[in-house]
Structures are given as C-alpha cells and as structure tokens.
Design a protein around this ligand. Sequence first.
Ligand code: MN
Length: 259
Amino acid sequence: MQRRNFFQGTAVAAAAAVTGCAASGPQQARTPFSVPGTYIPVAGSDQLFPVRRIYCIGRNYAAHAREMGSDPSREPPFFFQKPTDAIQFVAVGTMPDHPYPPLTKNYHYEAELVAAIGKGGRDIPVARALEHVWGYTLGLDMTRRDLQRAMGDQKKPWEIGKSFDRSAPIGPLHPVAQTGHFTKGAIWLKVNGQLKQNADLNQMIWSVAEQVSKLSEAFELVPGDIIYSGTPENVGPVVRGDVIEMHIDGLPNLSVKVV
Ligand code: MN
C-alpha cells in the first residue's frame, strides 16, 4: 500500500541542507547507505506522521513525583528526549514482541498520553498552545529504572535509563479533528490482566497546553515533534513473558509482550 507523507518536501529539504544546494531541484545527496525515517501511522488513513523528536516530561503526576522521591508542588516541569528511532509502533489489535533490554534488572513501564505537534513555534502562549497539537496517541515510556536511578545518584545524564533502543512503544496517531483534545479521562495500565496504574488525565500537574508552552521556551517546536506527557503513580517492573496492556479513554488499547 502506498502511504503518503503529509509533510511533503521534508526529504528534499533535508537533502538540500546536507549538500548546501538550493531545495529547488530534484537533486538528491549521495549517501553511502540509507537510514530509514521514523513514522507513526495515522489511524483510519493511509497517512504517516513523520517523527522529528521525542520529548518526554518528567514527574507530571503528583503521586508519581512523590513515589520518585520529589515534592511535586515546588518543581517546574522538566523534559528529556528519547532518540527518534526508539519508536516501536504497535498496531491496534496486535501484540508485538517488545525486547527486554540489556543491562537492567529493574525494567519499568510508564503509561502516557502522547501529543503530536503539527504546527511549530517558539514561546507559544498557553492559551494558543493546543492549536499546535495535531493529534494524540498512547505510549509507553519504558525505563531501565536501576540505571536511571544510578545515574541520577551520580548526577550524571539519565540517557542510559530512558533513551535506549525501542524504549518508546506507541499506538497509531488520532487527529485532533476526530478526537478533540485530551484533558481528562481514564488512563490505566495492566500487566498480565492485573491493574497496575489507574488515574485520570486531569491529574497532570502541567497540562498538555502548558507542556507545549514551556517546551517552546526552551526549544523551537517543529511539526513532527511528539511529547510524552508523563505517567501516573504505581510504575513498576516487568519481566520476560509479561503482557502489558494500556488504555486511555477514547483511544484503542495498546498491548505488547515483553520477550
Ligand atoms: Mn515518563
């Protein structure tokens, strides 16, 4: 099936940026090998959403901030990134294998609402921030908790705990035009059918609009950026053989099997 990229021109512009030539001609940069782009299928459509960057907000539900050992009332939002190719797309009605990553003995799930940016900007005011959101989906911010903690204890970057291969399982994107914005509704996660996380999106400390606004003060947001909006309390470990199922009201569930 032929899929259509709705941010057309990106590939030509990228090639032009590499070669330093104008983006006017069909000329492509010559590369020694090809690197696949990262795309998320759009639900009910043949479109693909091209992913530029994955931003994640930390400690965005009060009870989760407390379980991570911090005081949610005094903390401004903070963000980290995962590499774009950490995406593991999970089609509706499937349960793909999710590989247990190396180096960890404490591998955690984090269920999160994900917002996808379709209009870029800098210093975006909260009141206009949702105009920049193109769609939503649900995703898992998989975490090597032992490595994250060890690095935090040493005041070193978190990356090895958060930003590893396939650490971002994600469902198909749903355009805002069809679903509206997600400001409330149940978010839950089960392991082997047992309820582990269970909260409401309205318990976020910083709403999606506030996250977009705050992020845009630090980074220029660009179409193709996605934002993992934080996880509720009761994060916990999985082992090989476990089945993770996650739900957000208004979206189809996402399931993976840890192998
Ligand atoms: Mn998270």
